[in-house]
Design a protein around this ligand. Sequence first.
Ligand code: IFM
Length: 459
Amino acid sequence: MKPTDVVPEFPADFVWGAAAASYQIEGAVDEDGKGPSDWDVFCDKPGAVYSGHSGRVACDHYHRYPEDVALMKELGIGAYRLSLCWPRILPEGVGAVNQRGLDFYDRLIDELLSAGIVPWVTLFHWDYPLALFHRGGWLNRDSASWFADYAALVADRFSDRVKHFFTLNEPQVFIGFGHHEGRHAPGLELPISEVLLAGHHALLGHGQAVMALRAHQKQELKVGLAAVGIPKSPASDDPAAIEIARRATFDVRPDSSWNNALWMDPVYLGKYPEVALRKYGGNMPKFAASDLEIIHQKLDFFAVNIYHDEIAVSDDASPDGYRFAPWPVGFPHTAFQWPMTPSALYWGPRFFHERYKLPIVITENGLSTRDWVALDGKVHDPCRIDFIRRYLREFRRAMCDGVEALGYFHWSIMDNFEWAAGYRERFGLVHVDYETLKRTPKDSFYYYRDVIRSRGANL
Ligand code: IFM
């Protein structure tokens, strides 16, 4: 696919944003009454996290948020996607409320609003209350109600000032990595039937949380769920190739929770995909039909985190009729070894919009690079500039081809704790020196600032 040569401006009301998540930047893991999360203990497990890193201090955003919000203001973003640390607010996950935790988010939200930045709040971005893990976590069906009670509390406290909410971030990852592959907290390696059960409860929690948010809203809220989307792109513009890619995008792999439709269809269409029922067979959880009614709440946008795609090509020898093309030798990859595939921001929005018929918000997109502060005191990250340019041109092309899109959040506003990869992977527009905690805007920060200012005319 060739990017379009002329990229028109993005609409005036397009939301330009950047994102981060509580455990990845806040630090202060045992301050002001916060309870422990599963990530706090997972990081203590030898070998679980690169070089024994943890989110104990992270970017110290908990104390330095005024400086970070000032940087966001300088960047010119209209919105910042943050997450709330559930055990900071409810140390045991349910029950007693930690006032000082709520106060922190009050301060942060007010600081954002006074800088003219709209907070888009994710309820759960992986730091799960340890006390609830001890009660079975997402494997316990009650987890859905625990999550909904937390959502109600959040709406009571913040929805006078926060209008945009996401329930879950990337269920594929906290269920897949966390409960199947053991690579993330809580570090479980369960059989697929248990994994699907935990996933079902998480989706039920999403549905109940949407209901709770709306029941407790102080203004009309806009609510979504931020799943990972790994689109499968066609190898050419040939309609048959596009059809293979479309089918592959919504296919499921029987031994893994890493797919799109398993998570998206129940939420947006009110049913598990037929292909999931067929391929998972008896491993699918048993549940009452009313569960799907709860999961299938009306949402205001289709939020999706897209980093790369895979190229699906026809293959008569495969039972599914396709396979993924290998990347050619020397194909560009990020520091994390993720392929650099701008077409993901064309085909992802196109296929997801076609199937789910909601306006698209890209809630995460970005890359890790090996950045450092150069002798001139600056951080030169030409790869990130090129990445942003290429991906946003493709997103704009999808919009030109009829995809309704509301916004784009770059991941991430600043370098941060990249889960099992610790601080090795730098995803930020702002460099963080983890010894001194000094922030240095990278070259890409200024490039993205100009993208925002020009509404994409400089892409
Ligand atoms: O850092 C993560 C984020 O927490 C969830 N989405 C992907 C990012 C990069 O791996």
